[in-house]
Design a binder for this molecule. Structure first.
Ligand SMILES: C[S@@+](CC[C@H](N)C(=O)[O-])C[C@H]1O[C@@H](n2cnc3c(N)ncnc32)[C@H](O)[C@@H]1O
Length: 231
């Protein structure tokens, strides 16, 4: 297995960020529906949620529309992305419902055990300290709170990587840097074994990890005696 090549720098280029935002608005409907389905499977339809590494905010915007009783906070290290996310939410008349803030996955702007749902989509590979992030997730989640973390994994079969890279390059042909996005993300992602080891060494409990095509999904399972809202 090739060593990981870290991709921890953030997007500060306005043009590239706008391009990603445009493409996400056009093509992220199905990924958003898949995440929503997992959220609904956990019977989470209200309460406080946080999206970590929100980028242009497509996931919290989609889920807020489907689940109007959820109050979202969404953070990203990139101020350029946060500006775009605010703009995208305003376009959907959700400016008052989602709070977008510049913030770090290692220091979430939430009190201990205050969050019902945590999302982190396509962002784990940017984090060089995944255990610190998982510990932070464990700190902010309520007892029995749900989480959905989706990312690539570096040990995806080379054939799958080749096929998805071709597709990605076709979709993102309009921007030279964006064209490299898929392959760079895979190279900076963790293997399934590395991810399981990080989770085992973290305080995040009640998780399951599985794969879907080139993706790795880490999500909460409801503990037997679970009391989702700590009531
Ligand atoms: C590939 S984008 C994913 C955006 C969004 N979740 C989506 O799937 O459309 C990853 C995002 O993570 C952000 N990011 C990288 N490192 C971060 C960190 N330490 N804390 C918070 N956000 C971070 C980047 O700025 C970028 O917007």
């Amino acid at each position: 297995m090739k060593p990981r090549i870290s991709e921890s720098e953030i997007i500060e280029d306005q043009e590239l960020a706008e391009y990603y935002s445009l493409m996400a608005k056009k093509y992220m409907r199905i990924p958003c529906q898949r995440v929503l389905k997992r959220v609904l499977s956990k019977e989470i339809e209200r309460g406080r949620a946080i999206d970590v590494g929100t980028g242009p905010g497509i996931f919290p915007i989609f889920i807020s529309k489907a689940l109007p009783k959820i109050q979202f906070e969404a953070i990203d290290l990139s101020p350029v992305m946060i500006d775009l996310a605010r703009r995208n939410a305003a376009e959907e008349a959700l400016g008052n419902r989602i709070r977008f803030e510049v913030g770090s996955a290692y220091s979430l702007p939430c009190e201990d055990h205050s969050i019902d749902l945590l999302l982190c989509i396509n962002t784990l590979h940017h984090l060089d300290r995944p255990i610190d992030f998982f510990n932070e997730a464990a700190r902010v989640l309520k007892e029995g709170g749900g989480f959905v973390i989706v990312d690539f994994h570096r040990d995806t079969s080379p054939v799958m990587v080749w096929i998805f890279d071709l597709l990605w390059r076709a979709f993102f042909r309009g921007h030279p840097r964006a064209r490299e996005g898929f392959i760079e993300s895979v190279r900076s992602s963790y293997t399934l074994e590395e991810s399981r080891a990080f989770l085992d060494h973290s305080r995040l409990k009640h998780w399951k990890l599985y794969t879907r095509t080139v993706e790795m999904w880490i999500e909460s399972v409801i503990p037997k005696e679970g009391n989702r809202f700590g009531e």
